[in-house]
Design a protein around this ligand. Structure first.
Ligand code: GLN
Length: 528
């Protein structure tokens, strides 16, 4: 029998439910269990693919082509289980499925209602991993008390009755605000949010309390009394310098044993502590380098979450702490902004805003031999930069200038037919073949790779011979027709991909393109 852990959130959003859930998943994995994770987002968008990064941060792309919440990136990085379309749900997706079924006449004439039709659809989505995994952790997005998350919480309540109390538990993440004038942590908001949960029939088994200060035993007792959880199940989640340190903090407080006991599980292995050891070493490095991410959402780090994490993870495996500098390609002067960095990444993006700054950043990296990694739009800008500055063409992407004389970035026929914006890009894993003798081959050490894509436009192959004469070599192709990687051989590290390598980095397994970037960055600037 598979077990299920719901993670809910109270008091405020952005509590780190995803990180708490992922930490629990990691701890259970370290005891030998097969763990998978599911995210439920209560908004009406079918997926976050059409949402602005200002609203939602990064869109994470799964190997099978789902556009998903950035929490799925955290899940993958913590548990190294590939996320799929079945790991992500939104209210929009649920309602779409219910309405489509109704239109097909499959409800046999009954009135379609939130209970049971919507909740049944949601419950179906809790169990796709039931046969293949020992435990599924299901994070319900939003904050308890929101109107829109109610159907998900109601489904969770029903689910516990159906699956049995010993098979389902709830972990509630909450906040203990600190009032400086009273020098006190306050429990009242937590009490209220637990009451809200209980009103809808869910009793939390564990409280994960975000706090800036240690929680005293008497405070734990008080929370226990008012919220009906055992004092040992009140878990302190104080801010940690690195999110990867959180599992050990939970382990020290006995959370893994408590969950194992509560769900009547038998650990398959002992946690030998080696993962904690790696993390502790990798997060206490003295040497530091600064790497720039040059994009238009510089004031919004969540827009580049997986890129920044990939840089940090590559640093952890190369014994150097990576400080990320967010450079604004719309406002900053690249010559000034990139002067003191050891490498630069130009990440993916959409639309014309900030493009000239990205092209400036690439020119600066090319001319100053600054290690450079271009991602998706970053690769397209790299093609435009060579075309304009070396081949002296009036060149552009048709995304920015549909009537440009030289459309070095263009659109494939099938994309021209697309009418709807959502879910219609070239999405998910595509194969690429790497040429031997290239930097890409040196980094990947293989000729066949699969990488995740999310784009509509492509490098126009008509321009490949000319731009290769100017040093921009295509080192990987998809089926010999679509350029996948470009690189320069007159530069220590200048490489860009039409895909998103940032979604495939893990602790102890940095992505080859980021690993190479950090190795080159260490050489570029003598590490302090
Ligand atoms: N806007 C570009 C395209 O659609 C690049 C997309 C991206 O960087 N993810 O092709």
């Amino acid at each position: 029998m598979s077990k299920f852990i719901f993670v809910t959130g109270g008091v405020v959003s952005s509590l780190g439910k995803g990180i708490s859930g992922s930490s629990i998943a990691k701890l259970l994995q370290l005891r030998g269990f097969k763990v998978n994770m599911i995210k439920c987002d209560p908004y009406i968008n079918v997926d976050p693919g059409t949402l602005s990064p200002y609203q939602h941060g990064e869109v994470f792309v799964t190997a099978d082509g789902a556009e998903a919440d950035l929490d799925l990136g955290t899940y993958e990085r913590f548990i190294d289980v590939p996320m799929t379309k079945r790991n992500t749900n939104t209210a929009g997706l649920v309602y779409q499925a219910v309405i489509e079924r109704e239109r097909r006449g499959e409800y046999n004439g009954v009135t379609v209602q939130v209970i049971p039709h919507v909740t049944n659809e949601i419950k179906q989505r809790f169990i796709p991993f039931e046969n293949d995994f020992d435990i599924t952790i299901i994070e319900i997005g939003g904050t308890v008390g929101d109107i829109e998350s109610l159907p998900f919480l109601e489904a969770a309540r029903q689910f516990r009755t159906e699956k049995g109390r010993q098979n389902v538990m709830t972990v509630h993440a909450t906040l203990l605000p600190y009032i400086a004038s009273a020098d006190e942590l306050k429990t009242k908001p937590t009490q209220h949010s637990v009451n809200k949960l209980r009103e809808i029939g869910i009793e939390p088994d564990v409280l994960i309390c975000r706090t800036e200060h240690p929680i005293s035993q008497s405070m734990k007792n008080k929370l226990s009394l008012f919220c009906s959880v055992e004092p040992e199940a009140v878990i302190e989640a104080r801010d940690v310098p690195s999110i990867y340190q959180l599992p050990e903090k939970f382990e020290e407080q006995g959370l893994t044993d408590l969950i194992i006991k509560r769900l009547d599980l038998k650990p398959k292995t002992k946690n030998d502590g080696s993962w904690f050891k790696f993390i502790n070493k990798a997060t206490s490095l003295k040497k530091q380098i600064t790497v720039a991410i040059a994009g238009k959402y510089a004031e919004l780090p969540d827009a580049y979450k997986s890129v920044a994490e990939s840089l940090r993870l590559a640093g952890m495996s190369n014994q150097v702490a990576v400080k990320v500098k967010y450079v604004n390609t719309q406002k900053d002067d690249m010559k000034v902004a990139l002067k003191d960095v050891a490498a630069v990444v130009v990440p993916g993006g959409f639309g014309k805003r900030g493009i000239s700054g990205k092209i400036e950043a690439i020119k600066y990296a090319r001319e100053h031999k600054l290690p450079f990694l271009g991602i998706c739009l970053g690769m397209q800008c790299c093609v435009i930069e060579t075309a304009r500055n070396l081949a002296k063409l009036q060149a552009d992407s048709i995304e920015f200038d549909p009537s440009t004389d030289n459309p070095v970035i263009t659109m494939m026929e099938e994309q021209k037919q697309v009418k709807n914006l959502g879910g219609t890009m070239r999405l998910g894993n595509y194969e690429a073949t790497i040429k031997k003798g290239t930097l890409a081959y040196k980094l990947y050490k293989t000729t066949t790779i699969f990488e995740r894509h999310r784009h509509r436009y492509e490098y126009n192959t008509q321009y490949v011979p000319l731009l290769e004469k100017h040093g921009l070599i295509v080192s990987a192709w998809h089926k010999g027709v679509l350029p996948e990687i470009v690189e320069r051989h007159d530069h220590p590290y200048f490489i860009a991909g039409q895909f998103h390598p940032e979604f495939a980095s893990r602790p102890q397994k940095p992505h080859p393109l980021f690993d190479g970037l950090i190795k080159a960055a260490k050489k570029f600037k003598k590490v302090k």
